[in-house]
Write a protein that binds this ligand. Structure first.
Ligand code: NAD
Length: 471
């Protein structure tokens, strides 16, 4: 059994990874590329097994949701990393101040050591192998803690990874929250957590006890703002995939829409048309991913009941009897929504989309700014002034203009939240830097003028230096 499932084994594995890392603290470019090639091959050769494991974990996970959300994204990230690694690894030259000449200044990117990665359930391949690939590229050993809700994917991953890598280099940890708690209290050289904002707070506290640096990739309510001049058909065609992929169980899925009041009826109508073409029905539809478990299914239905009871208009986009055992939900639009409703107080993370109305840009900006800073923000407009107004006056981890969610998969863009949607970034060169220590080096050769500043002070040279440099 490759999957680590006891606290004892977690602790032992950590020590063995620390020792292994110290046996060769700096891995060559060739070794790192070799690791990435092995990782890529493992994923390419076992796509069907991953599709099957995810299907088991979700009850029903659309094979295409897995290909789009988990496989393409991961492979593309590995390819991009392999292409750029040599230039990322090169020490970067910096300037030397006149006072310290002659000398050389540079930054050496050094592996951190043993890195912990905590993975959520929604895209368990992309969100485990993505950070893993970057951490390996930076030359680290990695322990990955998979979510308790994706045991089939965790078991498959452990078997495959440990058929080509030793546990001293990469270990996959499964188990429940007790294991996650033990895992996040280890004195890692870096802890990379993807998950909810609430658990993120617990994880950061645990890490603080050992002064472990953290990257927190969290969630939040990501708004989509439609301006009053854009064609509604076009706007819907640009954001709908981001909302329906994985049945909305996506950290960067549009959470709610801001729409000019006079366009709401047209928006609902267009959503209905497009959605029913994509999913004529959700029952028994293999293209529609199930809600991961009963707790999440109940939570989402609870949000609908609460909104309905407080006066919202609840519009499911396919009308059919929902089979609770299958846990498939149609995209459901909510209008007449207000902040007293639970659906506006928590991240939705499912196939529900409330529509809020606004009269002017300032009103929308004010609403976004009075709430927690979102992970993503989407603008649907070709009006540069409207785009700039929103871009410059709101905060969000990342933005798409006339698109949704794809910024995450654009490898050269860093990805991460701001405020309660997270801290730190990965993807792109920023990811490599997250998993490296940029060590500053000032190198002197045979010539040095430092002795000119030696005491006793008060000489001519001191006076000259002070005159030249203190001004
Ligand atoms: P979660 O926070 O419940 O769990 C995430 C991970 O933390 C799991 O592996 C879990 O085992 C572990 N965990 C749970 N309790 C813990 C504890 N007390 N101490 C240490 N670890 C603990 O999140 P989830 O339900 O798996 O995922 C959904 C959330 O993740 C959403 O909020 C979503 O927005 C967010 N998310 C963010 C990103 C991103 O890249 N920013 C990506 C995907 C999901």
């Amino acid at each position: 059994m490759h999957l680590i499932q006891t606290i004892n084994d977690v602790n032992e594995c950590f020590v063995s990874q620390q020792n292994h890392f110290l046996s060769k603290p700096y891995k060559s470019y060739e070794d790192r590329i070799n690791d990435l090639k092995k990782l890529k091959k493992l994923l390419l050769d076992n796509q069907d097994a991953f599709i099957e494991a995810l299907n088991k974990d979700f009850g029903s996970r659309s094979a295409d949701d897995t290909k789009i959300g988990d496989i393409i994204t991961t492979i593309s990230g590995i390819n991009y990393t392999m292409k750029n690694l040599k230039s990322w690894m090169k020490p970067k030259k910096r300037k030397v101040d006149l006072l310290f000449q002659p000398a050389k200044a540079s930054i050496l990117f050094q592996p951190l050591g043993v890195v912990g990665v905590v993975v959520p359930w929604n895209y368990p391949v992309f969100l485990s192998l993505g950070p893993l690939a970057t951490a390996l590229a930076a030359g680290n050993c990695v322990m990955l803690k998979m979510s308790e809700f994706t045991p089939a994917t965790a078991t498959l991953l452990a078997g495959l990874i440990n058929s080509v890598f030793t546990k001293k280099q990469i270990a996959i940890v499964g188990g429940e929250v007790d294991i996650a708690t033990a895992f996040t209290s280890l004195a890692f050289d870096h802890l990379f957590f993807t998950g909810s904002t609430n658990v993120g707070k617990i994880v950061m506290q645990a890490a603080a006890k050992n002064l472990v640096p953290v990257t927190l990739e969290l969630g939040g309510k990501s708004p989509a703002i439609i301006d009053d001049k854009i064609d509604i058909k076009l706007a819907v065609s640009r954001f709908i995939l981001g909302k329906v992929l994985n049945s909305g169980q996506t950290c960067v899925a549009p959470d709610y829409i801001f729409c000019p009041e006079e366009k709401v009826a047209e928006l609902v109508d267009e959503l209905q048309k497009v959605y029913s073409k994509m999913y004529p029905k959700v029952a028994n539809n293999k293209d529609c991913t199930s809600i991961i478990n009963n707790a999440q299914f109940e939570r989402l239905n609870g949000l609908l009941d609460d909104a309905r009871s407080l006066g919202a208009n609840v519009i499911p986009l396919t009308v059919e009897t929902i089979d609770k055992t299958e846990r498939k939900m149609p995209l459901t639009v909510l209008t007449d929504v207000n902040d007293d409703m639970k659906v506006m107080q928590q991240e939705i993370f499912g196939p529900i989309i409330p529509i809020l109305t606004y009269k002017n840009t300032t009103e929308a900006i004010h609403y976004i700014n009075k709430n927690d800073r979102p992970l993503a923000l989407y603008i649907y407009s070709f009006d540069k002034k409207f785009q700039q107004d929103i871009l410059l006056n709101t905060h969000a981890g990342g933005v798409c203009i006339n698109e949704a969610t794809f910024h995450v998969a654009n490898d050269d863009l860093p990805f991460g939240g701001v405020g309660s949607s997270g801290m730190g970034q990965y993807h792109g060169e920023e990811g490599f830097k997250t998993f490296s220590h940029g060590k500053s080096i000032l190198e002197k050769g045979k010539i040095s003028f430092a002795h000119l500043l030696f005491p006793p002070f008060g000489g001519l040279m001191h006076k000259l230096v002070y005159k030249l440099f203190i001004r």
